[in-house]
Design a protein around this ligand. Structure first.
Ligand code: NAP
Length: 288
């Protein structure tokens, strides 16, 4: 027996296994393509020939593969169901809350405990306090695994509902999607006008403190339903963002991103939200 088994040795799974080894755990690993195992074997990992052998090898089984369908296909392989009995499965594969709930049921039916996790970090941060990892599931199960999970980064317990970690993860991902595409569109503006994109990155980094405050403010505004008396109205933002479409035309760059955002803010004004906070657009996004 080893202390922990890690299934999936991609960028993230390899980082997780490495952090567990560095933390003094005995680790068994399994990957579909065996070629990814030797670097970890060189650091002391035991390499299982099959997924079910890896599951049999340790009381805690960490899974980190591309998606939930990859996890399902691993669980479908011969011998896995019986190997799961009395194991604690920690799923660190990204997905959506429904998939976590379905997997929890499947794993529980096989006699194992289940903890769902979502990693909000890069592989290079794993094993350091910078690696934020969200967990949901029974608190007692989290506490049972906590000393092991601490080796991976900074684990946060979100709550007992299985899908909660992925609710927060996906909320953060949708925010980041705007962050990435917004930065990329801004970079296209700078390039088209011959300004260095590095300077744009530096300028935005200088705003990070204020952006952090704005995030906290929006959370409080939306949770409290206090959309009135903003410092800058949704109407002002709508006018400013509409000009980004004209700018895209002037620079002959792709207008898709500003056109989408402008359309949402215009709908907000048309819906009578013009005098409210920018984030009052959430009222339009709550339901289809
Ligand atoms: P990756 O490097 O592409 O590795 C994917 C892993 O999934 C490989 O081990 C691959 O095995 C395995 N896999 C895929 N389909 C499979 C199947 N049908 N059966 C068995 N194994 C299968 O991806 P990654 O970056 O490690 O990401 C893994 C998870 O971590 C994802 O859910 C990702 O969202 C999450 N995550 C990643 C990051 C990051 O920065 N990388 C950050 C946060 C969260 P093979 O080697 O055989 O192909």
């Amino acid at each position: 027996m080893s202390d922990v088994s890690v299934i999936g040795l991609g960028e993230m799974g390899s980082a997780l296994a490495g952090a567990l080894i560095d933390g003094g755990k005995t680790v068994t690993v399994w990957n579909r393509s065996r070629a990814k195992a030797p670097p970890l074997e060189g650091r002391g990992a035991l390499v299982a020939d099959t997924a079910h052998e890896a599951i049999q090898a340790s009381p805690i089984v960490v899974i980190c593969v591309s998606d939930y369908s990859a996890t399902s296909s691993i669980l479908d392989t011969a011998g896995v169901k019986s190997a799961l009995e009395n194991r604690l499965v920690v799923q660190l594969t990204s997905g959506i809350p429904r998939q976590a709930r379905e997997l929890a049921q499947r794993v529980s039916a096989a006699g194992a405990l289940y903890l769902d996790g979502a990693i909000a970090a890069w592989p290079r941060q794993i094993g350091t306090p910078e690696a934020a990892i969200l967990f949901s599931g029974p608190r007692a199960v989290f506490e049972e695994a906590e000393s092991t999970l601490n080796l991976l980064g900074t684990p946060s317990y979100i709550g007992p509902e299985t899908g909660s970690a992925l609710v927060l993860f996906n909320a953060a991902l949708t925010y980041l999607a705007g962050h990435w595409i917004g930065f990329s569109h801004g970079a296209a503006i700078c390039e088209a006008e011959g300004l260095p994109v590095e300077a744009f990155g530096e300028m935005m980094a200088g705003l990070s403190g204020a952006l952090g405050q704005d995030l906290r403010h929006m959370g409080q505004v939306i949770a409290g339903g206090r959309f009135g008396r903003p410092e800058s109205t949704l109407r002002t933002a709508s006018n400013d963002i509409a000009r980004l479409v004209d700018l895209s035309d002037d620079l002959a760059i792709d207008p898709t991103w500003p056109a989408y955002v402008a359309s949402v803010f215009q709908r907000g004004v048309q819906a009578g939200l013009g005098d409210e906070e920018h984030c009052a657009v959430t009222k339009l996004l709550r339901r289809r």
